[in-house]
Ligand binder design. Structure first.
Ligand SMILES: Cc1cc2nc3c(=O)[nH]c(=O)nc-3n(C[C@H](O)[C@H](O)[C@H](O)COP(=O)(O)O)c2cc1C
Length: 413
């Protein structure tokens, strides 16, 4: 999970190096954004050392803006966590102001925002602060704490920042992921397949392909970020489980088919991003095949066509296929869209410079009567764009009840 950790100017800022360590221990990448006042309480040098990333604080820093602009930072975040959040910071957020980097990116992000307020107990009880808290809560901002206990000012009461461990546990928990999931796919179930399959030849050998699972995993994360309940059926990959998704691990095409069949009835949208082996050995040897002959012949038979079988269901979900081709990408993809009766297909070229196992990818999303072209970009961004398009088409063709407002600007019909 990519966390932008915003630090504002409260005394509890001295606890933030500890908080960064706790978040990183739980697998998060942490980018710190400090307010000017925060720098009075904790040094950027210590925070840079523990986060492993340059600290951002100045909206007008030309060099930092050139490497990762505040808008890119806002897009990069899976979560914006502000700890400690001062009374002043809460007021700026509630008022929609953007005089500094932290509040500007809060306005520009589609990621969930959580704040851990910290202040003197009388400040916390002040009606102005409580009104701001209420406003922020109503807008879906998660308020973590504050804690009750002894305060730096010598008083005792409500206003202490929660301990770093407690904050880290809270934001990295599946419950938190569920609580903030109120995007346009909230209440929808998205079933995603990802990764390669392995078709055994004997107990030690198998047929597989170069799929890393990165695209499918990014798609699962993007669907989760739009609020969907996501079930990810994954072939063997070396990737961490995407936050907030239910992952079902399988190995062969037949296992992937069975896992899909078991869960497809719950799905509103099915996205088949897995690179399923088209063929499998007709027989699997029970023992390791010995090196006795100069040549051996392996007979292969067709694996089940998971995508076609889902698209053919009577109550099929909105079904999206992927076509990874080395040549005639568009032609083959359109053929697959037609032949398998899909709602949409994502076509991408694979080769020595793109596709499988690369972090960047380009794609064309095609459907009957429309398309959207994505130039080469990181797979996480591409996945977010693809899922946006899928959500728009899903609501246009199946959904009745809501007109989503989305970040994509144009779909060429
Ligand atoms: C020593 C000291 C400690 C402070 N502690 C807090 C605090 O714990 N919580 C708070 O809301 N404000 C506190 N303040 C006030 C904020 O620093 C002040 O409102 C500042 O403008 C906040 O700016 P920022 O929200 O941009 O970081 C403190 C000020 C000083 C001088």
């Amino acid at each position: 999970m990519n966390i932008v950790l915003g630090i504002s100017g409260g005394i509890a800022a001295y606890k933030t190096p500890e908080l960064v360590r706790r978040l990183r221990e739980r697998g998060a990448d942490v980018q710190i954004v400090m307010t000017a006042s925060a720098e009075e309480f904790v040094t950027p040098t210590s925070l840079q050392a523990v986060s492993g990333r340059p600290i951002r604080s100045n909206l007008w820093d030309k060099e930092a803006e050139a490497s990762m602009s505040h808008i890119e930072l806002a897009r990069w975040a899976d979560l914006v966590l502000i700890a400690p959040a001062t009374a002043e910071l809460m007021a700026r957020l509630a008022g929609g102001g953007a005089p500094d980097l932290l509040t500007t990116l809060c306005l520009a992000t589609e990621a969930p925002i959580a704040i851990a307020p910290a202040m003197n107990r009388v400040m916390w009880a002040n009606p102005a602060v409580q009104a701001n808290r209420e406003t922020l809560e109503e807008r879906g901002i998660q308020i973590l704490g504050p804690d009750v206990g002894s305060q730096a000012c010598g008083e005792t009461g409500a206003g202490r920042m929660l301990e770093p461990d407690v904050i880290a546990d809270a934001v990295c928990s599946p419950e938190f992921a569920g609580a903030v999931a109120d995007g346009i796919l909230a209440g929808r179930t998205v079933l995603v397949t990802a990764g390669p399959t392995r078709e055994p030849i004997d107990p030690v050998r198998y047929i597989t392909n170069r799929s890393s699972g990165k695209m499918g995993y990014a798609i699962a994360s993007a669907a989760h970020a739009l609020g969907a309940r996501v079930i990810l059926i994954s072939g063997p990959v070396s990737l961490p489980e995407p936050r907030g998704t239910d992952v079902v691990y399988v190995e062969t095409a037949e296992e992937m088919q069975a896992a899909t069949q078991d869960r497809v009835a719950d799905a509103d949208i099915f996205i088949a991003a897995a690179a399923v082996s088209d063929y499998r050995p007709a027989e699997t040897s029970a023992q390791k095949i010995k090196k006795t002959r100069d040549t051996i012949t392996l007979e292969l038979v067709r694996s089940p066509d998971i995508l076609a079988s889902v698209a053919a269901l009577q109550n099929a979900p909105f079904t999206v296929g992927f076509a990874a081709e080395t040549e005639n990408v568009r032609k083959y993809a359109l053929g697959k869209l037609e032949n398998k009766n899909l709602d949409m297909i994502v076509a991408n070229r694979v080769g020595s410079d793109c596709g499988f196992d690369y972090d960047d990818n380009a794609a064309e999303v095609l459907w009957k009567g429309g398309e959207k072209v994505f130039d080469k970009m990181p797979k996480s961004e591409l996945a977010a764009g693809i899922v946006d398009v899928i959500a728009v088409r899903f609501f246009e063709t199946r959904g009745d009840e809501m007109q989503p407002t989305l970040s994509i600007v144009s779909i060429k019909e």
